[in-house]
Design a protein around this ligand. Structure first.
Ligand code: UD1
Length: 419
């Protein structure tokens, strides 16, 4: 088992370039299933999740190879409409391939998806959306058997602006004759990036980023090359690491708008944040102050994927803070581990009350999920003494060699293997 061994207390100083967004690349890889010819994705992030999604596309018949930071995907040989359970069970995003496979082959056999253990994570909105386009979907023995032979453009209305369902329905409607409208869709930057990617290959997707997206059907998508957006959650994680540890850090390759909800919460409260082009600088030199209330919301609200990291910051803040987690019911699993480090947190249903303590103390903790794991690393960076964070394979799903980034900023963190 791999773990991080952290000696807390160092300030962070320096400059880092932010990696490409995992959550942007995953649906873009599914989008490749729709294409003819060759796709080159630049600055491909080699996270565990993106590599698994690449394997799924390979499993469908694509030839792929990674060359430095690029991945090349030859899509003409895609010929299968089924994905195997062993790959799908690793990542939730395997479900995106459903819309894309249906679009290309008018049929699909896809297993129930896996992913982070942060609650029930149903896929009813994906299924209802595809059914509104005319797909017939039968759920049997852990697989979804889908017939798309009668799919037609339509108005699809989502009960909730689900990121994954919006992306799936977009992918499913690219080749449908006429105009499809998705109402109450998600507005996340990753949705806009997927639309930009597909439009660069010949799709006609309008208004991505608004709550109603329109898709005009086209006959085919050609090959091309694309550089996806940088990772706003990795950006936010390193911003919060700087606030927790104190220091002066500049992050390159940042889109300020994508991270504005976090900046709004921490600026003037405990740090200075400035932006020049795509460089964002955080300067923090005093103990953070509590934040009266943070509620996680769909974009542009405060992201659930930064909730554990900001909770680590609030654990050492002056005063009492409240976090309400509205997106996922099991997203407080890191709390028991933060308490092991000395945090004072009370959880009642979807609300956590965090009484800031002056100091956390090193201990042995275990990651339960990707973002919770990142939160524990941040707490370990400030805790007095030594912290070991176990089961970091969860963190590797969404941060490429996190320890290297943090070492570059002066943190004392090592990857170790425990036997
Ligand atoms: C995406 C992100 C994930 C992030 C989440 C919310 C990717 C690969 N993952 O996940 O990192 O935490 O957005 O910002 O982009 N829901 C249903 N039925 C459905 C689908 C969703 O009830 O069919 C519920 C979920 O349980 C959850 C909420 O809707 O409570 C939001 O989920 P959704 O926006 O779909 O998140 P994901 O696409 O899974």
């Amino acid at each position: 088992m791999e773990s991080f061994f952290i000696c807390g207390g160092n300030k962070l100083e320096g400059e880092l370039s932010i990696q490409t967004s995992k959550n942007a690349v995953l649906p873009i890889l599914a989008g490749c299933i729709l294409c003819e010819g060759e796709i080159v994705i630049h600055k491909f992030p080699k996270y565990d999740d993106t590599l698994t999604m690449l394997k799924i596309v390979e499993e469908l018949g694509a030839k792929t190879y990674i060359h430095d930071d690029d991945v090349v995907i030859k899509c003409d040989s895609i010929q299968k409409s089924e994905i195997p359970s062993n790959l799908a069970s690793k990542i939730r995003s395997s479900i995106f391939s459903l819309g894309a496979i249906l679009s290309r082959f008018k049929k699909a056999k896809v297993p129930y998806p896996g992913g982070c253990a942060i609650g029930a994570r149903p896929i009813d909105l994906h299924i209802k959306g595809l059914e509104q386009l005319g797909a017939k979907i039968v759920d049997k023995h852990g697989f979804l058997y889908c017939d798309g032979s009668n799919m037609k453009s339509a108005v699809v209305s989502l009960d909730f602006p689900s990121v994954g369902a919006t992306e799936n329905i977009m992918l499913a409607s690219i080749f449908l004759t006429g105009k499809t409208k998705i109402i109450n869709c998600a507005k996340e930057p990753e949705i806009v990036d997927l639309a930009n990617f597909l439009n660069s290959l010949g799709a006609k997707i309008y208004n991505a980023g608004d709550s109603v997206i329109e898709i005009e059907g086209v006959q085919s998508l050609h090959g091309g090359e694309y550089t996806p957006i940088s990772d706003r959650i990795v950006t936010g994680t390193y911003m919060l690491a700087t606030v927790i540890c104190g220091g002066n850090v500049t992050l390159n390759n940042v889109c300020y708008d994508h991270i504005a909800s976090l900046v709004h919460k921490i600026k003037n409260n405990c740090c200075k944040v400035s932006i020049k082009g795509d460089k964002l600088t955080v300067i923090a030199n005093k103990r953070p102050k509590a934040i009266s209330k943070i509620e996680t919301q769909p974009y542009p609200g405060f992201p659930t994927d930064l909730q554990p990291q900001i909770m680590s910051m609030l654990s050492i803040a002056k005063g009492t803070s409240v976090i309400v987690e509205n997106l996922f019911e099991s997203r407080f699993k890191h709390v028991s581990m933060l308490k092991k480090l000395g945090a004072d947190i009370l959880v009642n249903d979807k609300t956590a009350i965090i009484k800031g303590v002056p100091m956390l103390y090193g201990a042995n903790v275990t990651c339960c999920d990707l973002r919770g794991g990142a939160g524990l690393v941040l707490a370990g960076l400030v805790a007095k003494g030594y912290t070991t964070v176990d089961d970091i394979h969860h963190i590797d799903r969404g941060y490429y060699r996190m320890e290297k980034d943090l070492q570059a900023l002066g943190a004392n963190i090592e990857r170790i293997t425990k036997v």
